[in-house]
Ligand binder design. Structure first.
Ligand code: AMP
Length: 322
C-alpha cells in the first residue's frame, strides 16, 4: 500500500473551509493509502508566539482528525515536533536549495501579502515542508492547488539529493491535487479565512452554528423574486455539503422564486447539523480527555519516528555525517 501524508497547521480555530477543503478529504484517504497525519506545530511557530494557544490549537487539530473518522489503529497521527529528525533533514535539504528560489516561494509571498513578519522560519517553511514529505518516504502527497508548488519543491530536492548522494536516497513523491469542493465561501462571500474574520467555526454548539449561518450575507432580493444560486454563498456552502439530489432541488427553488434567503439558510443549517452532530460529540469527547489524546499522539510519534529514523540514517550515511 502506498503511503500518503497530510499535515494541518494549528494556527487558528478550525472552520468549514478547513473541514471541506482539507481535513475531510484527508481522512477519506485512509481507504486507499497507508496514511500519516501530523499536526504541523513547527510550521505554526513562524507566526505563533503564544505557547498555551499553540498547545490548545494542536490538540484541536488532532481531535478534529479523530472526530472526522481518523482511525488511530490504521493511521499514524502525530505532532510534527515530536519527530525532531525532521529538522535535521530540513537542514540537509536546505543545503541543496538555491537561496534565490526561496524568495519566490508561495509561503513567503503569502506572508508578505498578509502583512506578517517574514522571519527566517517563513523563508525556511517550504524546505521544512519538503522534509516532512521526504522523511516518511511518502509516495503521494494530496494537496490543494495552493500547495502544489511546495510538493514540487520536495520532488526537486529529492531528485537533487539522489543525484548528489546516489539513487534511492529519498523517495520522489507524487503530487495528488485534490478534487476539491472549490473555495468555500465565508459569511461575506469572500474565501472563508481566519484572516478575513468571516469564518463559520466547525466545532460549535448547534445553536451558535445556526446563528452564524443566519448571518451569511445575501443580496436584498425579496421572497418572490427568482435568485441566482451560483453567486449566493448560502447555496455554494449547501452545494459543498448536501447530496446531489438536495442540491438540484434547492437550485430549482432559487431560480423559481418564492423562497426567501432565510429558508435557504435553514436548509443549509439542517444539512450541516445532520453531518456534524456525531463528529461534534466525538470532538468534545476527545477534547474532554486530553490525556487520552496525548496518548494517541505519543503512539503516533513512536511509529512515525521508526520510519523517520530509517530515512535519516540512510541520508546521514550517504552525506558523510558519521
Ligand atoms: P489555512 O490554515 O487557512 O492555510 O487552511 C488550511 C487548509 O484548509 C488549506 O490548505 C486548504 O486546503 C483548506 N482551506 C482553508 N480555507 C479554505 C476555504 N475557504 N475553502 C477551501 N479550502 C480551504
Amino acid at each position: 500500500m502506498r503511503r500518503a501524508l497530510t499535515g494541518i497547521k494549528p494556527s487558528g480555530t478550525i472552520h468549514l473551509g478547513n473541514w471541506l477543503g482539507a481535513l475531510g478529504p484527508a481522512v477519506a484517504l485512509q481507504q486507499e493509502f497507508e496514511t500519516f497525519y501530523f499536526v504541523a506545530d513547527l510550521h505554526a511557530l513562524t507566526s505563533m508566539t503564544d505557547r498555551d494557544r499553540l498547545v490548545a490549537l494542536s490538540r484541536e487539530v488532532a481531535a478534529s482528525f479523530l472526530a472526522l473518522g481518523l482511525d488511530p489503529e490504521r493511521s499514524v497521527l502525530f505532532r510534527q515536533s515530536a519527530v525532531p529528525e525532521v529538522c535535521e533533514l530540513a537542514w540537509i535539504l536546505g543545503c541543496a536549495m538555491p537561496a534565490g528560489q526561496m524568495e519566490r516561494m508561495h509561503a513567503v509571498k503569502a506572508a508578505k501579502e498578509g502583512g506578517l513578519e517574514v522571519n527566517v522560519g517563513t523563508w525556511y517553511y517550504p524546505v521544512l515542508m519538503s522534509a516532512d514529505i521526504l522523511l516518511y518516504d511518502s509516495a503521494v502527497v494530496p494537496v490543494g492547488q495552493d500547495q502544489r508548488q511546495h510538493v514540487e519543491l520536495a520532488r526537486d530536492l529529492a531528485e537533487k539529493l539522489n543525484h548528489r548522494y546516489g539513487e534511492g536516497s529519498l523517495v520522489v513523491p507524487e503530487v495528488l491535487v485534490r478534487e476539491t469542493v472549490g473555495t468555500v465561501p465565508g459569511l461575506d462571500g469572500r474565501k472563508m479565512s481566519k484572516s478575513y474574520g468571516n469564518q463559520i467555526d466547525l466545532w460549535q454548539p448547534a445553536a451558535r452554528l445556526k446563528k452564524q449561518v443566519m448571518r451569511i450575507v445575501t443580496d436584498s432580493k425579496g421572497v418572490d423574486e427568482p435568485k441566482d444560486p451560483d453567486t449566493c454563498p448560502v447555496f455554494l456552502l449547501y452545494r459543498a455539503v448536501a447530496s446531489p439530489a438536495e442540491v438540484a432541488a434547492l437550485a430549482r427553488r432559487y431560480t423559481a422564486g418564492g423562497m426567501g434567503y432565510g429558508e435557504a439558510k435553514l436548509a443549509l443549517f439542517e444539512v450541516l447539523e445532520r453531518q456534524l452532530e456525531t463528529p461534534r460529540q466525538r470532538f468534545e469527547e476527545w477534547m474532554a480527555h486530553p490525556a487520552r489524546l496525548d496518548e494517541v499522539l505519543a503512539d503516533g510519534a513512536r511509529r512515525a519516528r521508526i520510519a523517520a529514523q530509517t530515512t535519516i540514517e540512510r541520508v546521514r550515511a550517504r552525506a558523510g555525517l558519521r
